[in-house]
Design a protein around this ligand. Sequence first.
Ligand code: ADP
Length: 498
Amino acid sequence: MPERSEERQGDQRVRYLEVALVLPVFGWLAWAIWRLPNGSIGWAWVFFTVTVIVVDLIPVPAWGGMQLSLSFPLLLGVSILYPPAVAGLAALAGSADPREIRRDIHPMLALWNRSQMAAAMILGSWVFHLVASPYSSWTTLLPATTLAAVVAYAVNTVLVALHASVEHRMSIEDVLAKMHGARPWEFLSSYLALGLLGAVIARFYTSEGAWSVIVFLAPLVFARQMYFRSRALTDQLEERNQLLAQQAARLEELLEKEHATVDELRELNRMKGEFVAVVSHELRTPVTALIGYAKTLRQPEFADDPMMRQEFLERMQRQGDRLLRLVENLLTAAKLESDEIRVVVARVLFEDLAAEVAEGLASEAERIKVDVPNDLPVMYTDRQLLSRIVSNLLDNALKYSPEGSPCELVARADGDHILFWVRDHGIGISEEQIGRIFDRFYQVDSSSTRRFRGAGLGLSMVRGLLDRLGGTIEVQSEPGTGSTFTVRIPVQAETSVS
Ligand code: ADP
C-alpha cells in the first residue's frame, strides 16, 4: 500500500510539473498572438503545420538510437521565417504524436510534449531573430540557424530530462546519461545538421515557394524510411546470425556426444565378438574332455577296472559341473540384461549356504577355509541368487591363485546387514584394472593364450545380482599378493525388487 501511494504522489508531482509548463506556454502564446499584427498567421503557417503533422505521423520503426526527426528542421524553418509566437503555435499544433491518437498517453503528458516543443521553438526563433532575418545572407543565416538549433536542442533536452527525473525519481545527470548514453556530442551534431536543413528549407520557401519545400522534403522522408528499414533488417540478420551460431554450437555438442556413443558401441561390439570366441572356447574344453573320458571308459581295460572307472566318472562329473556353472552364468547374465531376474525371498541361513557353495566346488573344496559364525541373523533373501554371488567370488579366488593355496570365506553380522568377504593369495589385480573388472565381458587377459578359463561375465553378474538384493561390493587387491572382495548385503531383501 505505501508503495502505491508513493507512486500516486510521484504521478501527482509529474502532473504539477506539466501544468507548470503548459499554462505559461499557452498563456504567453495567447497573449503574443493576440498582439501580432493581423494576417501574420496565414496559409503559409497552415502549410508548415500540416507538413510537420504528416512528417511526424509517418510511422518509423522503434529504435533506441537517435531519432532522425524531420519535424525539427521544418519547425526550425518556421522559427526562421516567422516571429517566435507563430513558430511556437506551429510547434504546439504540429508536434503530433501517434500515441495521442491511440490514447496511449495521458492527455496532460501530450500537452506537456507539445508545450515543451513550443517552448524550444519560441526560444530558438527569438534567438535567431536577435541576430538575423530570413533574408540575411548565407554567412549570417547559417550561424544564426546553428545558434537557434543549439538553443532549441538545449531547451528540449533540459525539459525532457526534467520530466523523466521527476517521473522516475532520478537525478537530472543520471537521466541525461541514460538519454544520450555516452554520445551527447553525436546527438548535438546530428541536431545541428538537422538545424541547417531548417535554413535550407527557409531559404527555399522565401525564394521558390511552398512546392520547393515539398520537393526537398519528399526524398528526405523516403531516405529516412529506407534507412530505418535497412536498420531493422540488419538487426534481424544479426539476431538470426546469433541464433544460427547457437544452433551450430548445439549441433557440434550433439555430434560430439554421438561420436562418443558410436565409440562406446564399437567397443561394446568388439567385446561382444571377443566374448563369443571366449565362450565357445570355454564350452568346447569341458565338452571335449567329457567326450574323451566317455570314449576311454568304453574301452574294456578301463571299464573293467573299478578304480579307473571311479576316477574317470569323478573327472566327468567335475567337467559337467564346470559346464553347468558356465551355462547357468550365461543364463543369469542374459536374464539380468533383459531385466527378467525375479527375486524369490525365503528364509536363508548364511552358514548353511556358505558350506553348500564350498562343497559344490568339488575337488577344490578343501582349499576353501570357511569362517562363518553360527549366530548370524537369519536372512530373508533369494537363496539361489546369493549362492550364485558367493560361488562366483569363490570360483574366481580359486582360479586366480596358485593351486593348493588357501582361500577364505569369512562372514560377520553388521547390524541389519551381513558382511562377508572372499580372500585369496593369488595374482591380484593392478590399480588400473580394478575400475573395469565389473564391466561386462571384461577380462584382464582375454588373449587366446591366456592362462585362466572364464568368459568375463562373473563379476558383472555378481554386481547385477547384488543390485537386486540391495547389496554392495568392494575390492581390495595388490598384484602378486592377492585380492579381497567384500560384500555387504541386507538381512532382509527388498521384496518389491523383481
Ligand atoms: P572371468 O570369467 O574372466 O573370471 P570375471 O568377471 O569373473 O570374469 O572377472 C573379470 C576379471 O577380473 C578377470 O578376467 C580377472 O582378470 C579379474 N579377477 C576377478 N577376480 C579376481 C581375483 N580373485 N584375483 C585376480 N583377478 C581377478
